[in-house]
Write a protein that binds this ligand. Structure first.
Ligand code: IPD
Ligand code: CA
Ligand code: CA
Length: 255
């Protein structure tokens, strides 16, 4: 693992440089941005990681072509929080999740701006900068700070958008408050280390969650879909400290 951390830290230097300098921005859609650094970091990681994990296939956001998920997969999000990256908001990270047979085995989420490195391995716990982390103990929504995110599809004001708004209006009055930081990987890590008591979001991609959900479960939390069933890629993700999970699910609207 230390070699992988070394690689991610190197990639983090590229991210941090880009964060403090001007950058070229392209548009995947009207509101979905991609910068030269997303591509640069992804290429760097793919080259370094493919040498270390020869029998794994890399599934990386900027080069992903629709296909089934390989048995042995390494999910890479070169910058999770690209909109933050463009607007100089500190919630940006590199997220790498290693999966085998449909299960997460290892995960790293690194925010080089705040110098916070989250790491987890199946059965070995989750860590922030080398210190073991645990979910918090909040046992009701009123004492819970919850995180969420909004899908890029919101501009179409379709089914996803309606679910987001309805669920938000159900939940918000019952919680201490709800945050939208702009990086799903960081939201999951903050749930793992107890800053948030829970997180939910619709429409996330495997590279957004592949590392973060292992962080939550290894820190003693729970991850399911919005019906409380086992989470599968493509589902609405609901992550929590476990104690508030049922109450959180109860307030999720039908999709
Ligand atoms: C996005 C972030 C954001 C979430 C979006 C994601 P990106 O990833 O995780 O918090 O709300 O749905 O797509 O585009 O910055 O890699
Ligand atoms: Ca992402
Ligand atoms: Ca990204």
């Amino acid at each position: 693992m230390s070699k992988l951390i070394e690689i991610v830290k190197e990639a983090g230097k590229i991210l941090k440089y880009g964060y403090y300098h001007s950058k070229r921005i392209d548009f995947k859609s009207e509101i979905d941005l991609v910068t030269e650094y997303d591509v640069k970091i992804e290429n760097f990681l793919k080259e370094k990681i493919s040498k270390k994990y020869r029998d794994f296939e890399i599934v990386a956001e900027e080069s992903f072509k629709a296909r089934s998920i390989p048995q042995k997969a390494i999910f890479i999000d070169p910058i999770d929080g690209t909109t933050n990256f463009v607007h100089s908001i500190v919630y940006v990270c590199i997220s790498i999740g290693i999966w085998e047979g449909g299960e997460p085995k290892e995960g790293i989420v690194y925010n080089p701006v705040l110098d916070e490195l989250f790491w987890a391995r199946k059965g070995e716990g989750a860590y922030l900068n080398g210190k073991k982390i645990k979910v918090n103990k909040a046992d009701n929504l009123t004492s819970s700070l919850i995180a969420t995110g909004f899908p890029y599809t919101k501009i179409k004001m379709g089914k996803d958008y309606r679910w987001v708004v309805k669920t938000f209006s159900e939940l918000l009055p019952k919680t201490r408050d709800i945050r939208r930081l702009g990086s799903a990987a960081i939201d999951l890590c903050y749930t793992a280390c107890g800053r948030f008591s829970g997180f939910y979001e619709i429409d996330l991609k495997p590279w957004d969650v592949a590392a973060g959900i292992l962080m939550v479960t290894e820190a003693g939390g729970k991850v399911t879909n919005h019906l409380g069933e086992e989470y599968k890629f493509g589902d609405i993700v609901v992550a929590s400290n476990g104690k508030i999970h049922d109450e959180l699910i109860k307030n999720m609207c039908k999709y």
